[in-house]
Ligand binder design. Structure first.
Ligand SMILES: [Cu+2]
Length: 190
């Protein structure tokens, strides 16, 4: 197997893969990043203990269930108020009803909360990786236990395209060399 042929195979592989990428990129993708539906329940365990839970029967003692999100994902949060009081939900930068709301994640508000036995939802795009909080912004409810942790993980990085091309091209070249050697052996026997 001549080395020049292997070099040409390698270059041709890169060319074909590049052409494939150009064609596949010609049509802009309209598929968004992963979108996630989440549901939380809000209510009261007692007059001094309010909280969030993953079902109507497990309104957690504080803090509520930790939400693990991925940066860049679109999340639709639905809050079911199974309590007697009004509640709302928002991701904020501090464990406080007056913390700065992040990513337009506010589900209704302290002045327009979700009524008892009602539900509401909000759709937002998750921001940068880090640790945040979700709270009920109705006055005094954070102190009664209505908060939880939000952990934002980095999106899984894509394998860099140029490296992928070189990797695949090396694989094709290696296969060409392998089968080329077999052919040479067969030719030699005749
Ligand atoms: Cu509340």
């Amino acid at each position: 197997m001549k080395k020049t042929l292997l070099v040409w195979t390698f270059l041709l592989s890169i060319f074909v893969l590049s052409a494939f990428l150009a064609v596949s990129n010609a049509q802009p993708s309209i598929v968004p990043l992963a979108s996630t539906q989440m549901t939380l329940y809000a209510g009261e365990l007692s007059t001094s203990q309010y909280g969030f839970g993953t079902s109507s029967s497990n309104i957690a003692s504080s803090p509520g269930p930790t939400l693990t999100l991925t940066a860049g994902d679109t999340v639709t949060m639905t809050l079911n108020n199974v309590g007697k009081m009004t509640h709302n939900w928002a991701i904020v930068d501090s464990k406080s009803s007056t913390g700065t709301v992040l990513w337009n994640s506010q589900l209704q508000s302290a002045s327009n909360p979700v009524s008892s036995e009602k539900s509401g939802s909000v759709t937002f795009t998750v921001g940068s990786p880090g640790n945040y909080y979700y709270v009920c912004q109705v006055d005094g409810h954070v102190a009664l236990g209505m908060w939880g942790n939000v952990v934002v993980q980095a999106a899984v990085p894509e394998f860099p395209t140029p490296l992928l091309f070189i990797f695949v091209a090396i694989a094709i070249t290696a296969m060409t060399a392998y089968f080329g050697r077999i052919n040479i052996r067969r030719t030699a026997r005749f």
